[in-house]
Design a protein around this ligand. Structure first.
Ligand SMILES: Cc1cc2nc3c(=O)[nH]c(=O)nc-3n(C[C@H](O)[C@H](O)[C@H](O)COP(=O)(O)OP(=O)(O)OC[C@H]3O[C@@H](n4cnc5c(N)ncnc54)[C@H](O)[C@@H]3O)c2cc1C
Ligand code: SF4
Length: 428
C-alpha cells in the first residue's frame, strides 16, 4: 500500500487521515504533544491575576501548552492550538456551514456536509440551559431586529455541564473535537507521531518524495508517496515557503474584539460560550466571555461573574502573510471601520440591557481563524490542486479559503478536507 503523510491533526488533517487510512498507509505528523485540557480552577487563576503575575498573554503556553499566542506585526494577538486535535481542542464547538465563497467558484460540498452532519453530533439544543442574562440579551437582540440564532454546537449534549471552559479543552469529553476522527484513523491502522515539526516537503524531479523534520532530537526524513499539508493557516504557508513554494500575501485571521460591561451576577464565565449569533454583513456578534482579556487586559477589572461580554468577529481583508516565524498582519482602514461599527452596536445592546456607559470597556484584539494564503480559484474548483504544488502534494486546511468567512470555519474546513481526500484517493 502507498504511504501518505498528513501534516497536522486539526480540523483538516484529522479529517484527511480518517478518509485516507485503508487506501493509504497514513502517518500523521503533529508538531504538538497529545492534548491535555487546562484543569486549573479559575478561582486560583483569579488569585494569580490579582498578584499581577500575568502580564503577557504570550506566556499562556507556560500554563497551557496546547494554546499558542503570538503577536502580529500589527499588534493583533494570534491564537492557535498546538497538539493532537489542533485548534479544534480549544474551540467553542460552533458548527457553522459557510461555503458561499466556494459555491461562487462552482464548488458544491453538499455531500461532504451531509456526511459531517451524520458523523459529528451537531445541535442547537442548549437554549434551555442559558442563564437569565443571556436569555434577556437574546430577546433584546430579537426586538432590535438583529435576528439572533441559537448556535449549532458540536457536542454530546448529555455530557455538557455548561461550565464555560470550552477554550481550555473539555474535561468531560462533551465537546467534539477532531481527535475523534484521529482515533478512527488510528483504529484503521494510521500512525500518529506527536512532537514532530515538519520543516519542508522534499521535492525531487518535480515530485515530492517525503518530508523533512525540523531539527532537534526528532530530526529526520519521512518518505511518502502522497503528502497532505494541514498544518493550519500559519503552519502550511511556512512549510511551503521552506520547500521553495511561495504562497500569496492574502492572509486573513477573523479578528475578534470583545466589548464588555459590568453586569452583576451575570455569570457568563460559567455558561456555554457563544450561545447565539447575530450575522451582519461584515461581522458577527455573539455573547462570549473572553478569558484572554480577563486575565491579561487591565480594563477587565471586575470579578469574572460580574462581566458580560459581546464578541465582534470580523471578516477581515485578505492582506497579510506568514514569513518564517513572523506574522505580518495589520487591520486595514475598512477593517477598523467595520470593527467600530460592531463596537457601537455592542454598546447599544449593553446599554439596552441596563449596563452603564462608564462601565463598558473593550477587550484585547485577537484572532484565531488564520487562512487564505493558497486560495482556491475557479481554476482549482474541480481538482482542489494548485499548480504551484507537485502533483502528489495537496493542501487540506484553511489555507484554501478564497476569503475570510468571518465565522467559525471548522465545519467548512472539514468539508473541504473530505473533498481533498476524494481527489487523493485517485493516487492510491
Ligand atoms: C479560541 C478559539 C476558539 C475557536 N472556536 C471555534 C469554533 O467554535 N468553531 C469553529 O468552527 N472554529 C473555531 N475556531 C477556529 C478553528 O479552531 C480553526 O480555524 C480550525 O481548527 C483550523 O483548522 P486547520 O485544520 O486549518 O488547523 P488547526 O486545527 O490549527 O490544525 C493545525 C495543526 O497543525 C499542527 N502544525 C502546525 N505546524 C506544523 C508543522 N510544521 N509540523 C507538524 N504539525 C504542525 C498544529 O500543531 C495543529 O495541530 C476557534 C479558534 C480559536 C483560537
Ligand atoms: S461547556 Fe464545559 S462541559 Fe460543555 S462542552 Fe464546554 S467545556 Fe465541555
Amino acid at each position: 500500500m502507498k504511504k501518505a503523510v498528513v501534516v497536522g491533526s486539526g480540523a483538516g488533517g484529522a479529517t484527511v487521515a480518517k478518509e485516507l487510512q485503508g487506501s493509504f498507509e497514513v502517518t500523521v505528523l503533529e508538531e504538538g504533544r497529545p492534548f491535555r485540557p487546562f484543569t486549573v480552577e479559575l478561582r486560583n487563576m483569579e488569585i494569580m491575576k490579582k498578584s499581577a503575575l500575568m502580564v503577557d498573554a504570550r506566556l499562556v503556553r507556560l500554563l497551557f501548552p496546547a494554546m499558542r499566542v503570538r503577536k502580529s506585526s500589527g499588534d493583533v494577538m494570534m491564537v492557535n492550538g498546538v497538539g493532537t486535535g489542533g485548534t479544534t481542542t480549544i474551540c467553542t464547538a460552533n458548527a457553522i456551514r459557510k461555503d458561499e465563497a466556494l459555491r461562487a467558484l462552482g464548488i458544491n460540498l453538499d455531500q461532504e456536509f451531509k456526511e459531517l452532519f451524520e458523523e459529528v453530533p451537531i445541535s442547537s439544543d442548549h437554549q434551555r440551559h442559558w442563564h437569565a442574562h443571556t436569555q434577556q440579551a437574546f430577546e433584546l437582540c430579537s426586538q432590535m431586529g438583529l435576528q439572533p440564532v441559537p448556535t449549532q454546537k458540536m457536542a454530546y449534549r448529555s455530557r455538557c455541564a455548561g461550565c464555560g471552559r470550552c477554550v481550555f479543552g473539555c474535561q468531560r469529553g462533551a465537546k467534539w473535537d477532531s481527535r475523534v476522527f484521529l482515533d478512527k484513523a488510528v483504529e484503521g491502522g494510521a500512525k500518529i507521531v506527536s512532537g514532530c515539526s515538519v520543516k519542508k516537503v522534499v521535492i525531487h524531479d518535480g515530485s515530492a518524495i517525503g518530508v523533512e523534520i525540523a531539527g532537534g532530537l526528532g530530526s529526520g526524513f519521512y518518505p511518502a508517496d502522497l503528502i497532505v499539508l494541514a498544518a493550519g493557516g500559519f503552519g502550511t504557508p511556512a512549510i511551503l515557503r521552506n520547500s521553495g513554494i511561495e504562497c500569496q500575501p492574502r492572509l486573513f485571521v477573523d479578528p475578534v474584539l470583545c466589548v464588555a460591561a459590568k453586569w452583576e451576577g451575570s455569570l457568563q464565565d460559567r455558561e456555554i460560550p457563544m450561545p447565539f449569533i447575530v450575522q451582519k454583513e461584515h461581522f458577527i456578534l455573539s455573547p462570549y466571555f473572553d478569558f484572554l482579556s480577563y486575565f491579561f487586559n487591565r480594563n477587565w477589572k471586575y470579578r469574572a461573574k460580574d462581566i458580560y461580554s459581546l464578541m465582534i468577529k470580523l471578516a477581515d481583508s485578505n492582506s497579510g502573510e506568514v514569513v518564517g516565524r513572523k506574522i505580518n498582519k495589520s487591520l486595514t482602514e475598512s477593517d477598523l471601520d467595520r470593527l467600530r461599527e460592531g463596537a457601537e452596536l455592542c454598546g447599544e445592546i449593553l446599554r439596552g440591557l441596563g449596563c452603564r456607559d462608564e462601565e463598558i470597556f473593550p477587550g484585547t484584539l485577537n484572532a484565531g481563524h488564520p487562512g487564505g494564503m493558497l486560495p482556491l480559484t475557479g481554476k482549482e474548483s474541480g481538482t482542489f490542486h494548485n499548480d504551484v504544488l507537485p502533483e502528489n502534494v495537496y493542501v487540506a486546511d484553511s489555507t484554501l479559503f478564497p476569503e475570510s468567512l468571518g465565522n467559525p470555519p471548522i465545519l467548512t474546513i472539514m468539508a473541504m478536507a473530505k473533498r481533498v481526500s476524494r481527489k487523493c484517493l485517485a493516487l492510491a
